[in-house]
Design a binder for this molecule. Sequence first.
Ligand code: AP5
Length: 221
Amino acid sequence: MNVILMGPPGAGKGTQGALLAERRAMTRIVTGDLLREAVQRGTPLGQKARAYMDAGELVPDSLMLELLREVLTAPQDEGRPADFLFDGFPRTLPQAQALDALFREMGLTLDAVIVVDVPDDLLIRRLSGRRTCASCGAVHNVYFQPPRVPGHCDSCGGPLVERPDDAAPTVRRRLEVYRRDTEPLIQYYQRSGTPVRHLRGDRDVDQVYHAITRALEPWST
Ligand code: AP5
């Protein structure tokens, strides 16, 4: 089963993607995390991507397509699950077309697109409260999932930090970019006959997870 998890910034794609990957044994491709890692390591990709990310803009398609091919065609790690879960990709029409072409080349099928819908005011609150562990990457929220010890990760005790692109003006820009470039992909997939399932993401994490697994039942083995 190959699935795209789509939704605006703060919809909970990362939160749900982590649960799905762990509980349903899927290989999760999170382009935002791959880019942040490249920025942190100062690789050529990271150096080019940084300014776009800090401004809430999309990283150019040419860079993203290079990254996608690298990740999908990398020699399979032993034990890497065969099913793919895309979180944060595709975000533009050229990216969606490139993913289709790469899937054809690899003999894979895209089974479903899950769209997580959340009202803008809640997205903004979630992003302003997000804190990520600088050591293990676990995501917390000071409003909705407060850490047991303020400022420290529940999983490993590492320091919790804010993402630079979660500042209010950047979040507003990210929302605009999502509506302009990424939301139209919903129609693209509907037109191409790929099943698209919308679900409400303004519920607690477990409820959203169960809604996603119910939506994916037809493709679950
Ligand atoms: P990326 O990292 O993909 O960011 P995003 O899509 O804007 O999504 P977020 O990570 O902000 O939110 P999320 O939906 O994962 O929510 P989360 O689960 O964390 O991309 C960042 C940047 O990289 C882009 O702006 C762009 O520059 C670049 N980029 C990435 N991919 C690209 C591509 N393909 N092409 C070009 N550029 C690209 O949840 C948010 C918060 O809410 C957390 O604190 C969480 O704990 C909390 N929360 C989640 N669910 C719930 C719930 N049900 N109830 C209460 N709280 C909840």
